[in-house]
Every structure is written in C-alpha cells, then in structure tokens.
Design a protein around this ligand. Structure first.
Ligand SMILES: [Zn+2]
Length: 175
C-alpha cells in the first residue's frame, strides 16, 4: 500500500485557510497510519510531517517488525522520507503530527532535523521523551528547541493502543 500521498487534498474544503488542513485533520491522517500499522501487526502509531504551507510531505506508521529495525518508528520513517524528498536532512518550517508522545530517539531526531513544531496525541508516561520522562526538544543545552503541543485526539490514539495490546494479550493466551 503506497504511503506518502496527500490525503488532505480531498478534505481541504474546510475553510479560509486555502489548502491548509486543520490540526485535527492532520492527526486524523496520522491515526489512519496507526490503524494500518495495527493491521500489519505493528504497534499502532502513525506520524505525518506537514510543511509551512500545510502540505503533507510524508506519512507513515511503525514498521519495526517488518523492517527488523529498532529505529523504524513512524516518526523516523517520516523524517527519513521527507529528508530524501527535500534532499536535505534539515526540515525547518515543518510540523510533525504523531499519535503518541515520541520516544527519546525520535525526539532527538526531531531536534537533529530542526523540525519547528511537534503535535502529539496521547501522552506516554512509560517511554515519552518530550514531556513524560525526558524533555528533549525543550532542553536549552541542545541547540534547537521544539514547540510542543500534546493531547490532540489523545483519546482515539490511546484507545487504538489499548485495544491493540489487549488483543495481543488475548491472542497470546489462546495461541
Ligand atoms: Zn520513537
């Protein structure tokens, strides 16, 4: 299934902001990627990178199992894809939407990529690297700061994760 297409092209009837979608719309795209990840048996987390004009540059979901790659988190895949598309590992003037608070690795990559803004869904008290356990992106010792907003469509993201793990536990017992 091809990813990276601009799902928002059809949904841009929303109002005065020309082609720009709303934060909820971008997060809905990230949630759709998370659901696709669950269908592949991956932890359901999805991410979308949007440029300053509101265009989606890249979108993807977790693929750590598929790619045998501990670094293949949704955020990393999206940053790599966007970097290749732009021919530059730095991605200034972009916003990353992700369904769950990023881990330390992904938060670090967002800093390296100079992403301007991060919007996440559910908070991750056990592994979050942006607000929960660490505050990567808001630590002035690093040379780039991230604007961070959390809680967008958090319930949908959280439910998706809970259902996935509940189902997996049940499957494990039966199998
Ligand atoms: Zn991560």
């Amino acid at each position: 299934m091809p990813t990276g297409s601009s799902v928002l092209r059809k949904a841009s009837s929303v109002a005065d902001f020309s082609a720009k979608g709303s934060p909820e719309q971008y997060m809905a795209v990230a949630l759709a990627e998370a659901r696709l990840a669950a269908e592949r048996g991956e932890v359901p987390i999805g991410a979308v990178l949007v440029d300053g004009a509101g265009q989606i540059i890249a979108q993807n979901g977790n693929r750590t199992i598929e790619l045998c790659d501990p670094g293949a988190h949704a955020e990393m895949l999206v940053l790599r894809q966007a970097g290749r598309l732009r021919g530059n590992y730095r991605l200034p003037d972009t916003t990353l939407y992700v369904t769950l608070e990023p881990c330390v690795m992904c938060a670090g990559a967002l800093v390296h990529a100079r992403v301007s803004r991060l919007v996440y869904g559910a908070v991750d008290p056990k592994g979050g690297g942006v607000v929960s356990l660490f505050q990567v992106g808001q630590d002035t010792r690093l040379n780039h700061l991230l604007a961070v907003e959390g809680g967008l469509l958090a319930e949908e993201s959280g439910t998706l994760l809970k259902d996935f793990f509940r189902q997996r536990r049940r499957g494990g017992k039966e199998g």
